[in-house]
Design a binder for this molecule. Sequence first.
Ligand code: GLC
Length: 455
Amino acid sequence: MRRKACLVGLVLCITSAAAQVSHVESGPAASERWQRYNGWKFGMFIHWGPYSLASVEASWPIMTPSRDPQDPARNAISEAEYRALPSRFNPVRYDPREWVRLAQRAGQRYMVFTSKHHDGFCMFDSAYTEYKITRTPYGKDVAAMLAAAAREERMPLGFYYSPPDMNHPGYRDTTKPASVNWRGEPWRPEWPLYLDYMRLQLTELLTRYGSVAVIWFDGLDEQRKYDGYRFQRLVHELQPGALMNNRIGLPGDFSTPEQRIPAGIPTRAGTVGATNPAEDAGLSKQVPGPGDFQPWETCMTINDTWAYNRNDRNFKPASELIRMLVEVASRGGNFLLNVGPTPEGTIQPEFQERLLAIGDWLKINGEAIYGATYGPWQDLSFGRTTAKGRMIYLHIFQWPGGSLNIQADGVKVRRVTLLAGRRTLEFSQNGSSLLIRLPPDPPDPAASVLSIETR
Ligand code: GLC
């Protein structure tokens, strides 16, 4: 009898917990989630899959094969060849601890890994498909290995997950070439089965790999067909701390300008949609109030391709990447910088060098980046500003030598420090003008940072 009562109690208890979970977006509020993400500021994006074998872009060669001879990353491979790549994928030199350590040394504080790109190939051991990493010669769950390494090093890890899926017969009629129907066919009766497949796979990603920092959807166009709310609910239920981006037809926690930095500070008024510049409609050159700010993250490649491509030698110099990080931070965003690991599982030296150079810069100047947001002076000709608490950080791109004169209305300065060498600098304030005396040469030609402590 007593046992029965206990059981009933337990069942009631479980059902009421489940009811709560299903209605409420439980867990930390969106602003808290963003605060944490903004604290990390700089992350590593990883595009890796069997496509890495062929020096072609991820998925796009089969979706929109290019006829342009200048675009070898897309036209170098047929759909049949592309689909045969997993049978050769064997990244024997893959050591996820090396990736995590590289990210750490680069000053990156989170990582986002392609669990499934548009081609539908799963880089995790999903129970719901055979088109996956554990059916390659390598045979191991690379996502689980990365998650274990990240957990050991306390590195937050998130998953990129593509709603478009060229391999799933519920997404599109797979008897046709992907180039014909790559946008998906939501009018077919099979479509709900595809959404169920997504739900099952996201459940796997959100329950098997420890704590998930972010689910990074990449829904391309017509995102409403995915019924994003159900996935937002799922993410919140299973991982209340995880963020979700804006590429599944909902605003999510942050917007995602791709391969570009918005020209002003994004505001809620104008930032809708996914990747196109029209989302910049609500840009502000002025400083928006905290309630108007639209959280955002720029994702960017180091060369011109997301996937490993041995022919793409167009690497951005480290100094340019450092300035991009500063630009992004000065408008309140996060910076997700991509690497495409090799088919062997290593990260090529050109990427490593650049990442380490950014890491060296961050060792000196990190306090002006991590947890900082847009600064008060948005139209300086010689540099950018970030801000945190009572601190304003001045990132100087063009070093004037001698002295620097800034219009600093309403700001009372207590102390000015050059972060490199922690050197205190002389300054004077006269009305709204702030005059800072500088050493003749910049400590860092990419960006030298002054901290300005205000009262
Ligand atoms: C794009 C592409 C894709 C890449 C992504 C990263 O929209 O479809 O190949 O993964 O951007 O942002």
